[in-house]
Design a protein around this ligand. Structure first.
Ligand SMILES: [Zn+2]
Ligand SMILES: [Zn+2]
Length: 409
């Protein structure tokens, strides 16, 4: 009869090594280096820093090779931001198959792994933001780690687990890209620039610019979203994570620099929500929508965004009030105690939230009445008048609130 033999567990439960035994054994071994990844990063960087300028000085580049590099740069970058990120990771809109195919190929061109790998890691990043053990690129582990270090070693936090991408596993195009990722990457990065370059007699120039240099630029601009956008900038919507809004980073990352907003409202197809925010990814999605190539664009209600902003202003002001010893510096608060000021802030906050709710209700009415073609003209006119009135009141209220909270923040 077969006998079941139980071997002792390798790491018995509840027996943590003592500090003394740790000192004898030394620090835990570092995660193994991923030589394949390191070779790609180091190799492409080295070529871009040496061969690219040398070839330029020695032979020059054809203008068409430069143009190809720019086109590849945009194709590559927007496939990551509009495709991998906002379409597949967050499902903030839907897109027709030609768009998805273009993004899938552009994603292979980006050499940032397949859609499945990328999205699974990114969904973990949102679920466990900043957790050093579970966020694959936790900014709390420092700039280098969140920028590139997390890919160079085989860290436990980076282990693949497709449990969070069941929806993507049902997508035939996503599976096809995953299966043929290596060949797609090689052909888009090497073969395609060579073929294009051959048509205008500059295959090596095209390969150096549109292949190597473009890839290095694209790698680091994307990586800035995980590193810099978690370290440098403001936190207007939430300070629950390290994510920050930064227009400078947005400029280099196709709009992804409005990262504080993105972490607060991750399923919104926009990252920069104001019309003047530089968010080319948002513009592209909107353009695809107008062309009939994309649909179901998800957008957070403005009232929710305004409440989020007010909440953060209240939080900062209350923290500030607790730090102040006295309010002598401000005439209007000179005779108030700390408790009085805190009560005033709460009262003003509640009043602002009420105005936001009123505005939201009248706006809903306006949207509804506009759809109803049978409504009398005077009724429409009346609602529009009420909406304008409340909008003016809300703007004034928000201004007053910002002034009040700025005293203490
Ligand atoms: Zn992030
Ligand atoms: Zn995201």
């Amino acid at each position: 009869m077969a006998r079941e033999i139980q071997s002792p567990p390798l790491h018995p439960i509840n027996t943590r090594p003592s500090k003394a035994s740790q000192a004898i054994a030394g620090p835990p071994p570092k995660a193994k280096i991923r030589w394949d990844v390191l070779t790609i990063f180091a190799g492409t960087s080295l070529i871009s820093l040496t061969l690219v300028p040398w070839w330029g000085f020695a032979y020059g580049y054809e203008p068409l090779s430069i143009l190809l590099a720019v086109i590849f740069l945009l194709w590559n970058g927007l496939s990551i931001t509009a495709g991998y990120h906002r379409l597949w990771s967050h499902k903030s809109y839907t897109a027709k198959w030609p768009v998805r195919l273009l993004f899938a190929l552009g994603g292979a061109l980006s050499v940032q792994n397949s859609i499945k790998e990328w999205c699974s890691g990114h969904r973990r990043h949102h679920q466990f933001t900043d957790d050093p053990q579970r966020d694959p690129y936790a900014a709390t582990r420092g700039f280098w780690y969140s920028h590139i270090g997390w890919m160079i070693r085989d860290y436990r936090s980076g282990k693949t687990n497709y449990a969070n991408i069941k929806d993507l596993e049902r997508d035939a195009l996503v599976n096809w890209q995953h299966k043929h990722y290596a060949i797609l990457s090689l052909s888009t990065n090497i073969a395609l620039p060579l073929i294009f370059g051959l048509t205008w007699g500059d295959p090596w120039g095209a390969l150096l610019l549109a292949g190597f240099l473009r890839l290095v630029i694209c790698h680091h601009t994307t990586f800035f979203i995980n590193s810099l956008a978690h370290l440098w900038g403001t936190q207007p919507y939430s300070d629950a994570t390290t994510a920050r809004d930064n227009p400078v980073i947005a400029f280099f990352t196709y709009g992804e620099g409005y990262h504080n907003y993105h972490h607060r409202f991750q399923w919104d197809y926009r990252n920069g929500i104001k019309w003047y925010h530089f968010d080319p990814t948002k513009w592209l999605i909107k353009f695809l929508h107008l062309s009939g190539l994309a649909g179901s664009l998800k957008k957070v209600e403005q009232a929710k965004i305004s409440i989020s902003l007010a909440e953060m202003q209240l939080k900062r002001a209350k923290e500030g009030v607790k730090r102040f010893y006295a309010f002598d510096a401000f005439d209007e608060f000179r005779h108030m105690t700390r408790t009085d000021v805190l009560a005033l802030l709460e009262k003003e906050y509640a009043s602002l939230i009420e105005t936001i709710a009123d505005w939201s209700r009248i706006r809903q009415e306006w949207v509804q009445i506009r759809k109803d073609a049978l409504q009398e003209g005077w009724e429409k006119h009346e609602i529009r008048r009420k909406l304008r009135e409340i909008e003016t009141r809300l703007r004034a209220h928000q201004r007053d609130w910002s002034t009040l909270t700025a005293h203490f923040a």
